[in-house]
Design a protein around this ligand. Structure first.
Ligand SMILES: Cc1cc2nc3c(=O)[nH]c(=O)nc-3n(C[C@H](O)[C@H](O)[C@H](O)COP(=O)(O)O)c2cc1C
Length: 426
């Protein structure tokens, strides 16, 4: 995992930085924190020190007890120059919250405290997450400062809209949520290997109405689809997710399109196909639906209804007919039992997909409603890759690695790989 440097400046939202650090440490990153003197009036350094397990610095004139080491690293023999040591070894530098004052200093190259001096010396990717009152945020001076920073390659994690800290005020300027802050850091650490690619993901499970309140559904939560969408965003893709009845919090920077039934999902996929380079069909789509659903609630005292089912349209096969040769289409097959892989291979060929991700749903602890999965990725060129029981995030990485490999083979390395990531200069 990575060495992350977090700079905290003096805004009310400094307390949210604690949660971002907690999440980063939980994901295995080694985190060091530097604070502006003003930020210490909002959150004391003891809290950050307890979570990171490392000293927090605030002045360029104080010595670092850890001598510039990140948690888990051996302590260097010599004490370094503090305002350079931490940033020199950071793999990503996030400033959150970034006050209007700190943004102004960063934009104009001031180095009057440890945070701003470190930012000026940063050679790694840098992100700022503004947080302030909406009038401060929308002031032309702040807008111009953010433009300057963006132009130099700094990632700006945009603030949200909602209730602000100042009493009864509502507007734009709330610090992005901790998950989004961490996401921005991880995106900076990931090569932008899908930059320029448009990825369409389907997630969740369709519901086919029986009457106005009941439906035939399945247990797909949308976790796998959201993990794919998150990873594709991280690799620089422009991502749209067609979500069928997913109640999870969506990953940041993913455009959502909500559907309920197999027919709605099929329509959304057909419309979206022309605008995507990669289609990842991870949603569990109903194969059957009740014939003639009732447009009212079926009454218990009218007896047990008889359900007649009809087949839904086979969206994957239809899509395969309509596809452009340069598009990569990946299907997902939840099969039951030991011949799952053989069944998956049959589907891959019949539906003329580029790859299929097969999981055996008879096995406990994986697949539907679980955080984990264990899959075999079969590609049309004959390759077969087994991903052992692991978190869906890891499975998503393996699937996207396979997508990249197939894209490279299809459109050549120039078209498929454009690592546009360049270290920001403050
Ligand atoms: C209660 C209180 C809340 C503040 N909240 C913010 C804020 O959310 N965003 C901001 O830009 N400034 C805020 N300020 C003003 C900054 O603390 C002030 O501009 C300070 O100089 C920032 O210093 P720094 O950028 O070095 O941390 C707040 C001030 C006070 C007293």
């Amino acid at each position: 995992m990575a060495r992350l440097l977090l700079g905290v400046s003096g805004g009310i939202a400094a307390y949210k930085a604690l949660e971002a650090v907690r999440l980063a440490v939980k994901r295995g990153h080694a985190v060091r924190v530097i604070q502006t003197p003003a930020s210490e009036r909002f959150v004391a350094r003891a809290s950050f020190e307890a979570i990171t397990g490392a000293p927090v610095l605030s002045s360029e004139f104080e010595s670092d007890r850890a001598r510039g080491a990140y948690p888990g690293e051996p302590m260097p023999e010599r004490a370094p120059i503090s305002h350079l040591a931490l940033v020199e070894r950071a793999e990503a530098f996030l400033i959150a919250p970034a006050t209007a004052n700190t943004l102004a200093k960063l934009a104009h190259g001031q180095a009057d405290n440890l945070l701003t001096a470190a930012a000026l010396a940063a050679d790694c990717p840098v992100a700022v997450a503004p947080a302030m009152n909406s009038r401060m945020y929308t002031h032309p001076a702040t807008a111009a400062n953010l433009r300057l920073l963006r132009a130099r390659g700094v990632t700006v994690v945009p603030p949200g809209e909602g209730d602000l800290a100042s009493y009864s005020e509502h507007g734009i300027g709330r610090l992005a949520e901790p998950e989004h802050l961490l996401e921005a850091c991880e995106a900076m650490l990931t090569p932008q290997s899908l930059s320029g690619a448009r990825v369409l993901v389907t997630a969740g499970g369709t519901r086919e109405p029986i009457d106005s309140v009941r439906f035939l559904g399945n247990r797909s939560s949308g976790r796998m689809g959201f993990a794919l969408a998150r990873e594709a965003v991280r690799r620089g893709a422009e991502v749209t997710a067609i979500t069928a009845n997913v109640t999870l919090v969506p990953p940041p920077r993913v455009r959502l399109q909500r559907v309920q039934t197999a027919a709605e999902l099929a329509g959304a996929c057909r419309r979206g196909l022309a605008y995507c380079d990669v289609l990842l069909m991870s949603a569990a789509v109903a194969d059957f639906r009740p014939l003639g659903p009732v447009d009212a609630k079926l009454k218990k005292d009218e007896g047990v209804p008889r359900l007649e089912l009809e087949a839904t349209e086979d969206v994957l096969s239809q899509i395969a007919e309509m596809r452009r040769p340069d598009q990569i289409i990946v299907g997902f097959a939840a099969e039951h039992g030991t011949d799952a892989v053989a069944l998956g291979r049959g589907k891959l060929e019949r539906k003329r997909l580029d790859a299929i991700v097969v999981n055996d749903i008879s096995r406990a602890g994986i697949g539907f409603e679980s955080e984990d999965n264990e899959v075999t990725i079969l590609a049309a060129d004959g390759t077969e890759r087994h991903v052992p029981h692991s978190r869906k995030e890891r499975v998503a990485r393996a699937v996207l690695d396979e997508v990249e490999r197939l894209r490279e083979a299809r459109v050549g390395s120039d078209g498929a790989r454009a690592d546009t990531r360049s270290p920001a200069r403050i």
